[in-house]
Write a protein that binds this ligand. Structure first.
Ligand code: GLV
Length: 326
């Protein structure tokens, strides 16, 4: 347990529309004061709080007014808007929402892969024009069966994708910071990020779930696309900053890449006049892969378990390494 952990007395939940979401927490932890805060009440309620469940978009207020805070549980997995030098100096415990959205993001990735394989965008276009089948046939579809995917980032999302890809008999190569002693389940091979280029040439599919950090900005540029297998497909469910978009557009236009499934872009929202919208064989899903009806249920289960651990002096789940940034 980190030394900086002081006793919890008041917890603020700055997430959800109303009080009802905090009732189970109050029941589980009757010794704690647990308050729900809306945008209007947040600044007042956070003043004497020790911990906060921080929703989307409330970071500045939380940090400014929550001077007594010792622990922030972030709703999302990405923490780049929070972890600045000033934040690091405050020496807070920071946990994130990694894993909450992994199953649905993995399904989203599989959906994109199947859409390209079965030429669904072309078939949708044909349907809109009331045209039977257009030019889709055996010379233009592909099968995932027997193909190879490189998963760049082997966190909760990468592992959830790997698990599903094995059902399609896809060979799964994982890329992560360090190889590690044990091969994760559903992964056939692991290489270190430094060796990314050595496996890219084997990948029919490159699936990126890396967070925004100084190391991942511009990771996919022209030089890297040159290392891809001809006709490979790129999927991005991490952060848009990892892709140099003009380079991606060029790689798609030349046919070096045959398709890209992008849930994230840079910037977001993608401006209406951005050329990426019209790049060949691109599906842009507007940062929706994280959406799931099970979000709140999984979030509160995680937060509740972390409060229990905090109070019991046990290691918290999803502690962010603030130097690494994830
Ligand atoms: C969503 O993008 C997240 O960071 O959780």
């Amino acid at each position: 347990m980190p030394d900086k952990r002081s006793p919890l007395s008041k917890v603020v939940v700055a997430f959800g529309d109303d009080e009802s979401s905090v009732a189970p927490l109050r029941e589980a932890f009757p010794d704690l004061t647990i308050e729900h805060a809306t945008a209007d009440s947040l600044n007042d309620r956070i003043v004497d709080a020790d911990a906060v469940l921080m929703g989307w978009g409330s970071a500045d207020e939380v940090l400014e007014h929550g001077q007594k805070l010792v622990w922030i549980q972030n709703v999302g997995a990405g923490v780049e808007r929070l972890v600045t030098d000033d934040f690091r100096e405050r020496d807070l415990i920071l946990t994130n929402g990694s894993g909450i959205m992994a199953p649905n993001i993995a399904e989203h990735v599989i959906g994109l892969m199947l859409a390209f394989a079965r030429r669904l965008p072309q078939l949708f276009d044909a349907q809109r024009e009331r045209r039977w089948r257009a030019d889709v046939g055996r010379e233009s579809v592909t099968e995932l069966t027997g193909q190879t995917a490189v998963l760049v980032g082997l966190g909760d999302i990468g592992l959830a994708v790997a698990r599903r890809l094995k059902a399609f008999d896809v060979t799964v190569i994982g890329v992560r910071r360090s190889v590690g002693a044990e091969l994760p389940e559903h992964v056939d091979e692991v290489v270190a990020t430094a060796d990314l280029d050595s496996v890219l040439g084997r990948a029919d599919h490159v699936i990126s779930s890396v967070p925004h950090t100084p190391e991942t900005v511009g990771l996919y540029d022209a030089a890297r696309f040159a290392k891809f297998k001809d006709g490979a497909r790129l999927y991005n469910v991490g952060r848009g900053t990892s892709v140099v978009q003009p380079d991606l557009i060029a790689a798609l236009a030349s046919g070096k890449l045959s398709a890209a499934g992008l849930d994230v872009t840079n910037p977001e929202p993608l401006p209406e006049d951005d050329p990426l919208w019209a790049a060949p064989n691109v599906i842009i899903t507007g940062h929706t892969s994280g959406a799931t009806p099970l979000f709140e249920e999984r979030l509160f289960a995680l937060f509740s378990e972390n409060i229990r651990r905090y109070v019991a002096g046990e290691e918290l789940l999803n502690v962010v390494d603030q130097e690494r940034g994830y």
